[in-house]
Design a binder for this molecule. Structure first.
Ligand code: NI
Length: 137
C-alpha cells in the first residue's frame, strides 16, 4: 500500500527585481520584458509553496516536521531574499535573469540540499495571484 503523502508549507517574501538581458539596450529589453524591465526596479509580493512528499514515519506520523521545514525555508530562503533587490543584493542573480522560472529553481536547489534525499520536493512560486511557476515540472 502506497502511503505517500504530500505536506505543504506556504511562505511569503517581498523582493525587487529587474528583468533584462545585459547585451540588449533598454528599448529591446522593454519590448521583451515590458514593465518588468524598468531600469529602476520594481517589487513583487512573492508567495512560495513548498511541497514535500514521502511516506509518514511510523512513529511520528510525520513526512517531515513542518516546524523544521518552516525553519529551513526561513533561514535559507527568506533570510536571503525577503526585502532584497534580487539583482543587486543576492549572489544568485548577478548573472542570471531573476524571472520566476529562475527564482523557483534557485529556491528548489537551496532546499533540496537540506531536505532528506528520500523525500520528494516540489516548489511553486507565485509572482502575482495569476502568474506562478512550479519546479520541477
Ligand atoms: Ni517583475
Amino acid at each position: 500500500m502506497d502511503k505517500k503523502t504530500a505536506v505543504f508549507r506556504k511562505e511569503h517574501f517581498n523582493a525587487a527585481h529587474r528583468l533584462f538581458v545585459p547585451a540588449w539596450d533598454d528599448q529591446k529589453n522593454k519590448e521583451v520584458f515590458g514593465k518588468c524591465s524598468n531600469p529602476n526596479f520594481h517589487g513583487h509580493n512573492y508567495e512560495l509553496e513548498v511541497k514535500v512528499t514521502g511516506v509518514p514515519d511510523p512513529q511520528t506520523g510525520f513526512v517531515i516536521d513542518l516546524k523544521l521545514l518552516s525553519d529551513i525555508i526561513k533561514e535559507y530562503v527568506l533570510e536571503i531574499f525577503d526585502h532584497k533587490n534580487l539583482n543587486l543584493d543576492t549572489t544568485h542573480f548577478k548573472n542570471l535573469n531573476p524571472t520566476a522560472e529562475n527564482i523557483v529553481r534557485i529556491i528548489y536547489d537551496i532546499l533540496r540540499k537540506r531536505i532528506e534525499p528520500k523525500l520528494d520536493l516540489q516548489v511553486r512560486l507565485y509572482e502575482t495571484e495569476r502568474n506562478f511557476v512550479e519546479y520541477p515540472a
